[in-house]
Design a protein around this ligand. Structure first.
Ligand SMILES: Cc1cc2nc3c(=O)[nH]c(=O)nc-3n(C[C@H](O)[C@H](O)[C@H](O)COP(=O)(O)OP(=O)(O)OC[C@H]3O[C@@H](n4cnc5c(N)ncnc54)[C@H](O)[C@@H]3O)c2cc1C
Length: 705
C-alpha cells in the first residue's frame, strides 16, 4: 500500500491516523462546545478542521468562498458538459509525509489515487536539458540491499546506478539525471554547483535565524555570487526550476526560500525529487471523501459560497471578547440556462447585446460571479470563464445586502497571503491591530493560468510510453514521442522566444497518461499547460490563451506548432485564472510570514508572545521555519499546528494535531552542517556579528572581479 508504512507510519500503528478515523465522543453539551471558524477550504483549512473536530470540546464551521467548499487552489469542478476542470495539476513529492497521512486516514489506497512515481523532463529556452529519473521507485522500504553486497553490475548503466547508490543525495541525482545530448551544459558547469554546499549546510530549515539571514538576498545572488554556479547551469537548470517551484525568477525569490525549496523538493533525501500525480481531480479523489468523513463527525459544518469580508470583536454580556465573522452576501441566485445567463449579464448592463459581446464585457470588467461563470459555461459551447478571488466579485456582492454574521471563540485563517492581507485591512480592530499583520500589505501573490486542451484524438494510440499511470496516448504521434520519457514536462522562461513567456515558466501534462478517466475515454487527447507568473497570459481572452498554450507546448517539445499542434485540433478547452493567488516568496517575504498563533502584542516571523487573540493562521506561506515543508505539505502541517495552538488557547481536549516531522538530515548533510556550524562559531566573532552568509566559493570570488 502506501509509503507511510515504510516511513514507520502504518494506518494501524499511527496514533494520529487512528485518532482521525474515530468520531469524537460526545462528552460535552453542544451549548458548552467552543466554536471555531476556519476560513478557507484548501489543504490548510481542511487539515485544521480535521484536527480540531477530533475533539468533542468544539464544533467547527469551515467557510469557503467558492461554491464547493473543497480544495482551495487545488480544487476542480466539472463543466455542464461533464468535463473536469482544475486550477492546475498538483504533484505529491515523496516526502509529503503529512499529506500522505491524510490519504491513509481517509482509508484511500495511495496507489489507486496517485500515479506511480514519475520522471520529469526539464526544458530550458535552449531546448531539452535532462530527464530527472525516479530514484527510489519502491519507496524507502523497498531499497535494495547495500550496493557493495550485491554481485558486480553487468552493464554501464547498472554500474552507474550502483555508484549513485553509494553517493549521498543530491550527488546521486546529479549522477543519474539523463542530460540531453543537445544540452550545452558541460561537466564543469554541473560541477560548479558544489560551490553552494556551504550555504546549503549553513541554512537550517527549521531555524528562524537562518531564514532571517538569507531572506534579504535574492536567489540569483545566492546561486551566482555566493555559490559560483556557472551562467549556463543557472540558465539551463536553476532558473527553470525556480520558475516552476517558487514560481518566479531568481531576482524575485528570496535566497532563503530557494534554499528551503530546493532542499525540500530535491536535495534532502534519496529520491526527494520523486513525484506522483493525482489520477484524477484532487477535489474528487481526495477532498470529496475528506468532506464526507468530516461531515460524518457531526461537529463540523462545511459551507461553500461563504466569503468572509471582515472579522470584528463582540462586546457585552455573554459575548464579550468573542469574534464576529461577517460574510459577504452571496451573489444573486445562479441562473440555470443560457437565457438566465443573459439575464445575469443584464445586471451588468449588457442585456440586449449578443452573447459573445456580453461575455467580452464581463471579461473586461472581471466581474463575472461564480454563478454567472457556470451559466456562461452552459451557454457558450466549449467555453468556461473562471476568475478566482476577484476583488470586483467581492465588492459587487457586498453592495447587494447586509452581511450575515457568525460568532466564534476562535478563527483560523486558512486563506492565501493576499486574501489574508485584504481581511486584515478590512478588520482594523481585530486582525489589523496585531503586530504580526502589520507587514501583510507587502504580501504578494503569483498569478497562474491553467489551460486544459481537449484535442482531436489521433487515429493511432502511441503505446509503451514512460511514467504516469498509463502507457498510451492519443496525442499526435510526434507529440507523444517528444513526451515519451514522461507525461510531465517542466519548462523554464523564454521558451520559443514567445513574448508572453519572457518571465513565465510552465508545465505540460499529457493527462491521458495520468488520469484514469481520460485513459478510459478515447474521445479526446488531453493536454494541460499550466503557466506560472502568468500575468500577461491572464489578460488574454480564452481563445488566445488556448492558442498560446498550443504554441508554448509545441516550442517546448521542439515541434512545429502549425503542423503538430494547430488550433484546428481543438475540440474544447478550459482556461482557469488564479490571479495573485499563489504565495510569492520574494526577497524579504519571510519577515511577513506570521506564526500560526496571532497573539496580541506578538511579532511576525517567530513564536509570537503576548496574550491570545483568538486568531490563528495557516497555509503554505505561514511560519516558514516551523517545519521543513512546502506547498501542499506545508499547508497541511500548518493547519495541524494552528489546530494545536487553538487547543492550547481554548483548553480543548482531544484535538488530533500530531505533525509527522520532516525527513532527518542524511549523515553526510549532518556532517556538513557540523562543519558549517563550527566555521560560523569561529568566524562570527571576527566578522563582528553572526548574521553574514558564508564566504563565497573561491571561483565565485574570481568571477566577481
Ligand atoms: C497551478 C498550480 C500548480 C500547483 N502545483 C502544486 C504541486 O504540484 N504540488 C503542490 O504541493 N502544490 C502545488 N501548488 C500549490 C498548492 O496548490 C498550494 O500550496 C495549496 O493549495 C495551498 O493550500 P492552502 O489551503 O494554504 O490555500 P488555498 O489552496 O489557496 O486555499 C485557500 C482558500 O481560501 C479561500 N478564501 C480566500 N479568501 C476567502 C474569504 N475571504 N472567505 C472565504 N474563503 C476564502 C479561497 O477560495 C481558497 O479556496 C500549485 C498551485 C497552483 C496554482
Amino acid at each position: 500500500m502506501l509509503l507511510l508504512s515504510s516511513l514507520g507510519f502504518s494506518p494501524s500503528s499511527s496514533p494520529a491516523i487512528r485518532a482521525r478515523r474515530r468520531l469524537p465522543q460526545p462528552t460535552m453539551a453542544a451549548s458548552e462546545q467552543k466554536h471555531v471558524v476556519v476560513i478557507g477550504g484548501g489543504w490548510a483549512g481542511y487539515a485544521a478542521a480535521d484536527a480540531l473536530s477530533a475533539s468533542s470540546d468544539c464544533r467547527v464551521t469551515l467557510l469557503e468562498a467558492s461554491p464547493r467548499a473543497a480544495g482551495g487552489l487545488a480544487a476542480g469542478w466539472r463543466t455542464p458538459g461533464g468535463r473536469p476542470v482544475e486550477a492546475g495539476i498538483h504533484g505529491f513529492w515523496r516526502e509529503y509525509r503529512n499529506t500522505l497521512a491524510v490519504l491513509d486516514s481517509l482509508g484511500l489506497d495511495a496507489d489507486e489515487v496517485l500515479t506511480p512515481f514519475t520522471p520529469t523532463r526539464l526544458v530550458s529556452r535552449t531546448g531539452n536539458v535532462a530527464v530527472a529519473p525516479v530514484l527510489n521507485a519502491g519507496g524507502p522500504g523497498a531499497s535494495p540491499a547495500p550496493a557493495i553486497m550485491r554481485p558486480p553490475p553487468l552493464s554501464p548503466d547498472a554500474a552507474l546506478q550502483r555508484v549513485a547508490e553509494l553517493l549521498p543525495a543530491p550527488l546521486d541525482t546529479a549522477l543519474l539525471a539523463e542530460f540531453d545530448p543537445s544540452s550545452p551544459l558541460t561537466l564543469a558547469d554541473r560541477a560548479s554547483a558544489i560551490g553552494l554546499l556551504a550555504c546549503w549546510a549553513d541554512f537550517l530549515q527549521e531555524d528562524d535565524a537562518s531564514w532571517a539571514r538569507y531572506d534579504g538576498v535574492s536567489a540569483e545572488e545566492l546561486f551566482k555570487r555566493y555559490g559560483g554556479v556557472s551562467d549556463a547551469l543557472y540558465e539551463e537548470m536553476v532558473s527553470p526550476l525556480l520558475h516552476v517551484l517558487p514560481m518566479a525568477p531568481g531576482y524575485d525569490v528570496s535566497a532563503a526560500a530557494a534554499l528551503s525549496c530546493f532542499h525540500v523538493f530535491a536535495l534532502q533525501s534519496r529520491g526527494a525529487f520523486d513525484v506522483r500525480w493525482c489520477r484524477g481531480a484532487i477535489s474528487e479523489k481526495i477532498f470529496a471523501p475528506w468532506q464526507t468523513q468530516l461531515e460524518a463527525r457531526g461537529n463540523v459544518e462545511l459551507r461553500g459560497g461563504a466569503r468572509v469580508g471582515r472579522i470584528g470583536r463582540l462586546r457585552g454580556p455573554g459575548v464579550e471578547g468573542k469574534l464576529s465573522i461577517e460574510l459577504v452576501p452571496p451573489p444573486a441566485a445562479p441562473p440555470s440556462s443560457a437565457a438566465a445567463a443573459a439575464g445575469a449579464a443584464a445586471e451588468g448592463g449588457a442585456a440586449e447585446k449578443p452573447f459573445e459581446e456580453k461575455l467580452a464585457m464581463l471579461r473586461r470588467e472581471g466581474a463575472a460571479t461564480i454563478a454567472r461563470r457556470e451559466a456562461i459555461a452552459a451557454a457558450g459551447p466549449g467555453l468556461v470563464l473562471v476568475e478566482l478571488d476577484t476583488e470586483a466579485e467581492e465588492a459587487e456582492a457586498e453592495a447587494a445586502a447586509p452581511p450575515a454574521t457568525i460568532t466564534a471563540d476562535a478563527v483560523v485563517l486558512a486563506v492565501g497571503g493576499t486574501s489574508a492581507a485584504r481581511l486584515a485591512a478590512a478588520s482594523p480592530e481585530t486582525l489589523g491591530a496585531l503586530q504580526a499583520t502589520s507587514t501583510w500589505e507587502g504580501l504578494r501573490g503569483v498569478t497562474c493560468v491553467a489551460v486544459r486542451l481537449y484535442l482531436q484524438p489521433s487515429k493511432v494510440t502511441t503505446a509503451g510510453l514512460g511514467g504516469g499511470a498509463h502507457g498510451g496516448t492519443r496525442l499526435p504521434p510526434a507529440v507523444a514521442q517528444a513526451m515519451a520519457a514522461s507525461p510531465v514536462v517542466v519548462c523554464g522562461p523564454g521558451v520559443g522566444g514567445l513574448p508572453e513567456l519572457t518571465e513565465t515558466g510552465f508545465c505540460i501534462y499529457d493527462l491521458q497518461r495520468m488520469h484514469d478517466e481520460f485513459a478510459a475515454d478515447g474521445s479526446a487527447a488531453v493536454l494541460e499547460v499550466d503557466f506560472y507568473r502568468a500575468d500577461a497570459i491572464a489578460d488574454l481572452d480564452d481563445d488566445a490563451a488556448a492558442r498560446l498554450a498550443l504554441q508554448a507546448a509545441a516550442a517546448a517539445l521542439g515541434l512545429p506548432a502549425a503542423t503538430e499542434l494547430p488550433p484546428s485540433l481543438l475540440l474544447d478547452y478550459a482556461v482557469v485564472r488564479a490571479r495573485r493567488a499563489v504565495s510569492h516568496f520574494d526577497v524579504g517575504s519571510c519577515a511577513r510570514s506570521p506564526p500560526v498563533a496571532l497573539a496580541d502584542g506578538g511579532g511576525g516571523g517567530g513564536g509570537g508572545g503576548g496574550a491570545g487573540s483568538g486568531l490563528f493562521v495557516c497555509g503554505d506561506w505561514v511560519d516558514r521555519a516551523g517545519h521543513a515543508s512546502w506547498s501542499t505539505e506545508k499547508a497541511v502541517v500548518t493547519g495541524r499546528q494552528a489546530a494545536e495552538a487553538v487547543a492550547r488557547e481554548l483548553n480543548l481536549d482531544g484535538v488530533d494535531s500530531v505533525v509527522i516531522p520532516a525527513a532527518e538530515d542524511t549523515p553526510q548533510l549532518s556532517a556538513l552542517r557540523a562543519l558549517a556550524k563550527t566555521a560560523r562559531s569561529l568566524l562570527a566573532p571576527l566578522a563582528g556579528s553572526g548574521s553574514e552568509l558564508p564566504p563565497p566559493a573561491p571561483w565565485a570570488l574570481l568571477r566577481r572581479k
